[in-house]
Design a protein around this ligand. Structure first.
Ligand SMILES: [Zn+2]
Ligand SMILES: [Zn+2]
Length: 248
């Protein structure tokens, strides 16, 4: 399994990164995990625009889903004919919300281009991947992902506050992509993690490698990394950056 960071800025794009998006590949199958604002521009630096086989959306905040609008245009009006319909897995309301985002009639909305499917709570098979999701504490329905292939495990937090379920979801993961939106301070509950909390979750989960992501542009990312390294996790920690590739 190969993971490429397409976008890792939290909440809104920064000068060096779009919002959340990750390309997960195995056996020739290309899965896009989140498609936040700016993602499809960055995607074209690393991968052919149309060569995506499925999309998974963690939740319906703009910084995780909104570039589905631009991607709908790209696939629907491609010169030479529309690109093949691909599945989009997301929260139950994804099809309606995306239609509203582009001001399309709800029927058919984007369904001529995307086959919207609800994220299943139990294990589901997407291409060569086994994917399980877990609900995270966040102001709207938000999922973490555990993606398994060839005995390797990628865990992705999506957006979340402190969560025992996230620890279980990331158990023994080879790579843990964990959000680190906040610096230590007086942060609201059930919204986001600090970098220190991300590292503590990684320690409890015994994840083998931690990559801090969803880095909010108004923070100093080096301060986030320092706070994470001051925690209880003794494995490798690094900051996500656009174009980073991880081979699992
Ligand atoms: Zn977010
Ligand atoms: Zn969110």
């Amino acid at each position: 399994m190969r993971v490429t960071v397409i976008g890792c800025a939290g909440s809104f794009p920064g000068p060096d990164s779009p919002a959340s998006s990750y390309l997960v590949q195995a056996e020739g199958f290309n899965l896009l995990l989140d498609i936040g604002n700016g993602a499809i521009g960055s995607l074209q630096r690393f991968h052919p625009l149309y060569d995506i086989d499925a999309i998974c959306i963690s939740h319906l905040h703009a910084d995780h889903c909104l570039d589905l609008c631009g991607y709908w245009v790209a696939r629907t009006y491609r010169p030479g004919g529309p690109a093949p319909v691909i599945p989009v897995y997301g929260p139950d309301d994804t099809a309606r919300r995306m239609a509203k985002a582009y001001d399309l009639p709800e029927e058919p909305g984007m369904t001529g281009t995307f086959d919207f499917r609800p994220l299943e709570r139990g294990p589901m098979t997407v291409g060569p991947f086994q994917i399980t999701t877990a609900l995270m504490p966040h102001p709207i329905e938000a999922f973490a992902f555990r993606i398994e292939h060839g005995g390797k495990v990628l865990a992705y937090s999506g957006d979340t506050g402190v969560s025992d379920a996230l620890v279980e979801h990331a158990r023994d993961a080879d790579l843990f992509l964990c959000e680190a939106s906040f610096l230590e301070g007086d942060n609201p509950p059930a919204l986001h993690l600090t970098a220190r909390e991300a590292a503590d979750h990684a320690a409890r989960a015994r994840a083998r490698r931690l990559v801090l992501t969803h880095l909010v542009p108004w923070n100093d990312a080096d301060a986030s990394l320092a706070e994470a390294k001051g925690g209880t996790y003794d494995g490798p920690i690094e900051l996500a950056h656009v174009g980073a590739v991880y081979e699992l």
